[in-house]
Design a protein around this ligand. Structure first.
Ligand code: NDP
Length: 284
């Protein structure tokens, strides 16, 4: 019988990369499906990115994740970029199709999948408040807008960043977008259906930090989501749950952005439960 000792390769380019746990969930999925694939976290500095992408082609990688500081710059070295990733202005996943490197952004898609499947909420026609205007907020708002959200209110501490995001949403998507500066305690407007914390507030090790909003303006009819995967039970979600809101944590988004990337790379649907369990173990 012919034997094959070669592995199909995917992984992540980043700097720093040592403490990035993403590979754990992909390796769990490869094992569960019996795939001869490996996910390699690779330290690539900013000045090495061009060569690293050339290496993807030379080593016949099936794809790669890009994290800090490569999500924007990598677009210069790809053959094409998916429409939504181009609007977001960042690529977190590269897939190979017909020998071409194609940039995708699975962060927002992962959020959307988690919203639809874990919280059972379709954003079409919904009124959304998003706290933050960084990379995660960009990905989430673009996908919500393309999925038919009726309105998106971006609330951000730094005015310039918030205004830029809203201008982009207005220009490139059909949604109605507005910006409000985050000064003092923010009251969630009545009639809001979905609230998303897409800031880094609450991320380990600052686990007691809580977004400065008036939690008494959260109601039971709202779905309240957090992007923070570690720890998944943030004070923001705990306060919202106390007011009866449906809550969705950032682990769902993290696993699902991996699920979308996995499908791009292998063509197969991975076992999301195994991926979630592997990550949960890492996060303790
Ligand atoms: P960025 O640095 O691009 O943006 C950070 C955002 O948080 C900005 O809007 C910033 O506001 C805001 N912010 C930070 N601290 C405060 C504060 N104390 N008060 C008010 N606003 C604050 O980061 P990313 O968007 O890339 O990441 C944000 C978070 O999302 C991270 O914690 C990351 O771990 C998480 N994430 C989760 C993913 C998942 O799959 N679950 C995927 C991607 C990211 P300002 O503009 O004023 O600085």
């Amino acid at each position: 019988m012919e034997q094959n000792f070669r592995y199909e390769l995917v992984g992540a380019f980043g700097d720093p990369i040592d403490e990035n746990p993403t590979g754990v969930m992909f390796e769990a999925a490869f094992e569960a499906l019996g795939l001869k694939w490996r996910y390699l976290p690779i330290r690539v500095t900013a000045d090495g990115l061009r060569d690293a992408v050339a290496g993807l082609r030379a080593f016949h990688f099936k794809g790669i994740n890009c994290t800090i500081p490569h999500k924007v710059k990598v677009m210069d070295y790809l053959d094409s970029v998916a429409d939504d990733a181009a609007i977001i202005g960042a690529v977190n996943t590269v897939r190979v199709s017909g020998g071409k490197l194609i940039g995708e952004n699975t962060d927002g898609k992962g959020f959307l999948k988690s919203l639809k499947e874990d919280a059972n909420v379709d954003p079409s026609g919904k009124h959304v408040v998003v706290l933050g205007a960084g990379g995660a907020a960009r990905a989430i708002t673009v996908e919500l807008a393309l999925a038919g959200a009726a309105s998106i209110l971006v609330v951000n501490r730094t005015t310039e960043r918030g205004k830029q995001l809203v201008a982009r949403l207005k220009e490139k998507t059909p949604t109605s977008a507005e910006f409000q500066p985050w000064t003092g305690t923010f009251a969630i407007p009545a009639g809001t259906d979905i609230v998303v914390n897409s800031t880094s507030i609450g991320l380990y090790p600052n686990v007691n930090d809580k977004a400065d909003i008036d939690y008494d303006t959260i109601t039971a009819s709202m779905t309240v989501c957090d992007v923070i995967p570690n720890p998944p039970k943030t004070p923001f979600l705990a306060e919202s749950a106390k007011r009866g809101a449906t809550t969705l944590d950032g682990m769902g988004m993290l696993v699902n952005q991996g699920v979308v990337a996995f499908k791009h790379w292998t063509g197969q649907d991975p076992p999301a439960d195994a991926m979630h369990a592997a990550l949960a173990k890492v996060f303790g």
